[in-house]
Design a protein around this ligand. Sequence first.
Ligand code: ADP
Ligand code: MG
Length: 721
Amino acid sequence: MASLARLATIDVGQVKGLGGKRSKSLAEAGIDTVADLIHHVPRRYIDRSQKSPISKVPIGSEVTIIGKVVSVRDRRPRRNLHIIEAVIEDDSARIKAVWFNQGYVVRQLQSAEEVALSGVVEAFRGSLQIKAPALDVLSGNVEGLTVGRVVPVHPTAGGVGPGHLRRAIHNALERSQPIDDALPTELKAANGLMDRDQAFASIHFPETLEEVAPARKRLVYDELFRLELALALQKRFQMESSIGISHEPSCELAARFLNGLPYELTGAQERVLAEIEDDLRARHPMHRLLQGEVGSGKTVVAVATLLRGIEGGWQGALMAPTEVLAEQHYLGVRGLLAEAGLSPALGESHLGMDSLFSEQSGGPAVHVALLTGSTATANYNPGISRADLADDIASGQVDLVVGTHALIQEGVSFSRLGVAVVDEQHRFGVAQRVLLKEKADVAEPDLLIMTATPIPRTLSMTLYGDLDVSIIDQMPPGRTPVGTKLISRAEETTAWKVIADQVAMGRQAFVVCPLVDDSPKVEAASATAEHERLSALMTDHRVGLIHGQMRPGDKEDVMAGFRAGDIDVLVSTTVIEVGIDVPNATVMVIEDAHRFGLSQLHQLRGRVGRGEHPGVCILLADPTTSEGEDRLTAMVGTNDGFRLAEEDLRIRGQGTVFGTRQSGLKDLKLADILADFEVLTAARRDAFALVDSDPNLTGHPNLRDEVAAMLGDEVGWLFVS
Ligand code: ADP
Ligand code: MG
């Protein structure tokens, strides 16, 4: 009896037929071990359990024909066209088989006497023809794998084709079976799963096609169960191995801040804050992902969170992905604090206000500093050099530091960092967490990661499965959803008319230029050209320009001008994608919108309709692909970011998202988290429950070994204890 853990230690080169060069190229394709190999499952199956005599084949349906090769013809009528024709004969009749640009078929046909062809038969000019059939040479059919049965077609890997893989996997299974079943029997029964050994046999070499689905379900469950076990174990390990800060229950500061707001928190904001409060009080460090649509009011929640730490004598850090956003956060936070009387108004200095912890009359002041690499820092901290600022942070003079994500990467040191909020960085991964941990010598700071990119539940259960998740699923009152229109480029004047109308009413507009290649330079050039063109077209408006290639200080100046209302129409690249908050902006025109991804479009659209006035989003586009069309239809159809995110995942496929987060998660081999959502939910529930009852899986050594072996280096921390 072989365990999967053991098979994961056996090199794939040990399998008969996969020695030498083949094992190397398979390893490059991610198939290193026998365990990897047997998880390389067929993409499709050909039912050859019934063979048809050629004279009786039904036209138009898929059949298998077995016969002798009578002749092979190989032509190249023009460049890029290679036609291979073969005549195949059995006792009853002849049929012509045709392949296009599949040169390797020639070699196989020439060395073959008898072949099996599977495909759809057509009548062509009065005779029978089968186009591009799957071909198997029968002389090598020692194991009887290719005729008279359901034949698996394994996807080519590392240049090793389906026929070869089929034989190799057959050999591998023959040597390894029976494969032991590490899953507790209760879970097997509760989920209606078949035996694992049977599942491997049935998925690779089913007797009938009906066996495939339950076999696949079993193996998909196992794959997701291992992943969820790893996540559950990781979460527990982090909880137990790190010392966090147990923040005192709120005394004053956060409450004063919230009372000072000109509005009531929404129910969702209240709920999320309560979830955060629980984390802050707990002894282990918070590690929470806060999702909320653009404009749902995450910033207030972030500030209240930071103040909860600050009032206990800790420092806070608020980090944004760009300098423009860091600056905007700085302005926003200063504004919010000033309103609540917790900090002087912008432009006034802290001088004269007492330090937070003195009991004097003027009331406490929260010292906020903006720390970025650019000149903007000097603009907001006049007379103070960057080095001075860094000193003030290190000595604890500064309570709250606003900066870019680089804040934790650079040599900035804190005196007692207690809470960190990371905005728009849902890829914030393990590596960054380690950096954060290093910033703190006393205890690990609490971490809140915020994102306006809705993360489908499928992903928050896998990719982000080690985080706690809070969702603000309610907008502040009084918002009207942004109306979205799709207009062909030929009718762009309609869009400019909408802008003119809105500007006449005192509103402002964004025009987002198309993505050009992937080059910020080219993108900047095209935005510059569009700025010139639109400036000439809109002589009544003040038209501004912003793009990523501008000097940092200049970008801030343009944004400041737009915020102040000195610019009516801002032509921009996607630098404005995230976070920009100008409530007076009501129109967004996105040029060549079909070139943008769905979540990007949704982010862009979120820049308008943020104030009291309703917003309009115009997609100027002539989609050239059905995918592009799907995306635009989805955008026009809904404002629901979660639905769009799921649609996006469906259009793009999960392969594009795994590996993007620095979680070290490998691609899933079998599971499709959208299609297998129910199995995923069950596997997650079961795995977390099991780890709750058996924290180190000491009662389930086989499972523990299997997780360690199958997830390899990714779960190295499992063995730290
Ligand atoms: P997000 O960061 O989630 O995109 P913000 O925090 O920037 O959203 O909030 C968007 C706007 O809504 C801000 O102008 C903010 O002042 C306002 N706002 C936040 N919460 C509320 C609320 N509960 N009621 C009314 N307005 C709110
Ligand atoms: Mg925000």
